[in-house]
Design a protein around this ligand. Structure first.
Ligand code: FPP
Length: 240
């Protein structure tokens, strides 16, 4: 097991990819991969709490995922519904604050209601901030934020980067320090495009349903070995 002595990332974002391939490799329906993926999400949430991660964002459904076959979309929605219904007690017990980002209004009405209820009923919790990106894409979030800025009537020249953060769905959340993507794909695919500016990216070939506690520890250990300069030079480097 890796030895984690360094800094724990305040915000970890996860692109949970490879559920479909995991199932297909085993001759199972894709939904089995999603079901197993949801179980892994539970495990990763628990370990994040144990490690003291402040905020964990799980990319559960992208704007582009609406284009999948209708049956798969409806199975994913069903899974989300079950997850929210079954997990409610656990979220409360574990002091988790739940928030959803994305175009929540595009989700089926019963799920929108569950999402809002879960957000409201966990709003005062003080533990892990668990963010679920649902019907989410980074460009769409930025466009919606730009519209809000335009409607605010503020003078264009006055807009600062910090102000812009407050128009995003992630307003008030820490910026992601570490973004993990599973299943061998090495791109962000529209995830947290604004927020990822200085995030460390970690890619693994492991498919999401196989991403266990050990895999998260490896990702964080890798993160701890990175030098984060935020555009500056190393503290030990002579500038001349
Ligand atoms: C990507 O795998 C995964 C998704 C589109 C859905 C992620 C959803 C879950 C893990 C279940 C719900 C989780 C929560 C926390 C409610 P893919 O289908 O794109 O896999 P593939 O690239 O192998 O086809």
């Amino acid at each position: 097991m890796p030895d984690l002595r360094g800094r724990i990332p305040a915000h970890v974002g996860v692109i949970m990819d490879g559920n479909g391939r995991w199932a297909e490799l085993r001759g199972l329906p894709r939904v089995e991969g999603h079901r197993r993926g949801a179980e892994r999400a539970r495990e990763i949430i628990d370990l994040s709490i144990e490690l003291g991660v402040e905020c964990l964002t799980l990319f559960a459904f992208s704007t582009e995922n609406w284009q999948r076959p209708r049956e798969e979309v409806s199975m994913l929605m069903k899974l989300l519904e079950l997850y929210l219904k079954n997990e409610f007690e656990n979220l409360a017990k574990k002091d988790i604050r739940f928030r959803a980002i994305g175009e929540i209004w595009r989700l089926p009405e019963n799920i929108q209601a569950l999402v809002r209820e879960t957000e409201n009923r966990t709003a005062k919790n003080k533990g892990l901030l668990l963010v679920s990106a649902l019907s989410y894409s980074g460009r769409n979030e930025i466009i919606r934020a730009v519209r809000k800025v335009m409607n605010s009537g503020s003078a264009p020249g006055e807009l600062k980067e910090e102000d812009f953060n407050s128009y995003l769905d992630t307003a008030g959340f820490p910026q992601p320090d570490l973004i993990i993507r599973t299943s061998g794909e090495r791109r962000l695919s529209n995830f947290m495009l604004w927020q990822a500016a200085y995030a460390e990216l970690y890619f693994t070939d492991t498919l999401w349903p196989d991403f266990d506690r050990e895999e998260l520890l490896l990702a964080i250990s890798d993160f701890q070995g990175r030098e984060r300069r935020f555009g500056k030079i190393s503290s030990g480097t002579n500038a001349s």
